[in-house]
Design a protein around this ligand. Structure first.
Ligand code: GDP
Ligand code: IMO
Ligand code: MG
Length: 427
């Protein structure tokens, strides 16, 4: 058996949570492989809405096991809050939620450092979610981090104090920021008790045994490929590998185990935080996309920057991920437009190309647009591709042709059931 992968092809918030929640019914395990509480994955079903940050989006499907993989960074405070919401809603998860012992812990001082680091950058700030992601991955690669598996060790408090002292030393040379460390530590240690009572496992053995037993597994990405630490719009990126390669290191599986790679793109494009965004719209069309798409961050509530779909950018991330099928989300947000645009190329200093330059930061990129006719009408509950307005079908066919990848799902609204399936394949 292979692991299918779902990930975002843009700058995050493509609708991964919704699609994972929908598809999870066909799998036995859903596993998160990177990122942490910087993610905000929204699920809507039966009139209820949930935003998950650490817990995989398969949690609401009865009988399905959810693994928080070793590549994820965990803030016990956030995870405990998420669990409390599940408890309140009456969802049983205790025997279905596993946490890899090799996942790293976000300490209160990691969040403190995140805030101080952004303050030090001033106008150049990344626009981080301030969840401590960067400092935690820095400690992981710097070989200083604390892992979930250490929380049951007798010398955990000592290890915690040693790392905290190191952080306090670093903070002395950084700008002062408001942070009540004592209060945050108290919450953190209280939450740790909840985490200790979860099932802590050797994730790599768990997942490989499940594969050997023929279980169907879905890996759930967080952020988007343009936020990847290696291939994103560096330095305006997150601190993990958000692309398919991250599944191997973030769960402990070999590359030949990867099956279908399902890449998600919005029918347009958004970004939250700083950094290059070639097709960003600063006019009323951008405002219209934001209001029709309710484009405000699921984690921070910040307004998202909006623009047209960007085909050079998508070709790049389809290549990096080995995408075998595409999901187009939020097509309904384009319902009230006479004309639509899709960037097919970039023009930089008179040179036209459909490839991304080494560094998009600070470059005078002019998107070359193809104008398409909008459908300018509601989708009227179209349940099948054939029922969609002609221009909406033409838009999807145009994307398939330009991106040389089949579109197998089209999302027509935030609800679980608002989805059109079109020749889907899974492992
Ligand atoms: P994720 O981080 O990729 O899981 O995406 P987010 O949950 O951060 O942002 C996607 C937002 O769009 C959420 O508010 C979803 O409820 C909503 N959404 C998802 N799919 C659709 C869709 O097809 N149409 C509309 N209108 N909203 C959608
Ligand atoms: P999901 O999984 C959108 C952005 C932040 C910032 C940059 C670095 O919901 O798609 P970090 O907190 O990682 O240091 O922030 O990355 N970012 C996201 N943008 N969706 C996300 O996750 C994001 N996670 C991080 O806004 O620009
Ligand atoms: Mg999100």
């Amino acid at each position: 058996m292979a692991i299918d992968v779902i990930l975002g092809l843009q700058w995050g918030d493509e609708g991964k949570g919704k699609i994972v929640d929908y598809l999870a019914k066909d799998y036995q395990i859903v596993a998160r492989f990177q990122g942490g509480p910087n993610a905000g994955h929204t699920l809507k079903f039966d009139g209820k809405k949930f935003v998950l940050h650490t817990i995989p989006s398969g949690i609401f499907r009865p009988g399905l096991t959810n693994l928080i993989g070793n590549g994820v960074v965990i803030d016990p405070i956030t995870l405990e809050k998420e669990l409390a919401l599940l408890d309140e809603s009456g969802f049983q998860y205790r025997d279905r939620l596993l946490v890899a012992k090799k996942a790293h812990l976000i300490l209160p001082t990691h969040r403190y450092l995140d805030a101080a680091s952004e303050a030090a950058k001033g106008k150049e700030k990344i626009g981080s979610t301030l969840k401590g992601i960067g400092p935690t991955y820095m400690d992981k690669t710097g070989r200083n981090g604390l892992r979930i598996g250490t929380i049951t060790l007798p010398d955990f408090a000592e290890r915690y104090n040693a790392l905290k002292e190191k952080h306090l030393g670093l903070l002395k040379s950084m700008p002062d920021v408001d942070f009540d460390l004592a209060a945050e530590e108290e919450k953190w240690f209280a939450s740790l008790e909840t985490i200790r009572n979860l099932q802590l496992v050797d994730g790599e053995y768990f997942i490989n045994k499940a594969l050997a037993e023929g279980k169907k597994i879905l890996a759930e990405g967080a952020q988007g490929s343009m936020l990847d630490i290696d291939f994103g719009t560096y330095p305006f990126v997150t601190s993990s590998n958000t692309i398919t390669a991250g599944v191997c290191s973030g769960l402990g599986v070999a590359p030949q185990r990867i099956g279908e790679v399902i890449g998600i793109t919005k029918a347009y494009c958004t970004r939250v935080g700083s950094g290059p965004f070639p097709t960003e719209l600063f006019d009323e069309t951008g405002d219209k996309l934001r209001s029709e798409g309710h484009e405000f961050g699921s984690t921070t509530g910040r307004p998202r920057r909006c623009g047209w779909i960007d085909l050079p950018q998508l070709k790049y991330t389809i290549m990096l991920n080995g995408v075998t099928q595409l999901v187009v989300t939020k097509i309904d947000v384009l319902n009230n437009f006479e004309k639509l645009n899709a960037a097919t190329h970039y023009e930089i200093d008179g040179h036209v190309s459909d490839e991304l330059p080494f560094d998009l930061c600070g470059l005078p990129v002019k998107p070359v647009y193809r104008e398409l006719d909008g459908w300018n009408q509601p989708l009227s509950g179209a349940g099948a591709f054939e029922d969609m307005p002609a221009n909406a079908k033409a838009f999807i066919t145009f994307l398939e042709k330009e991106l040389n990848t089949p579109v197998t799902m089209i999302s027509t609204g935030p609800e679980r059931k608002s989805l059109i399936l079109k020749d889907m394949v899974t492992a």
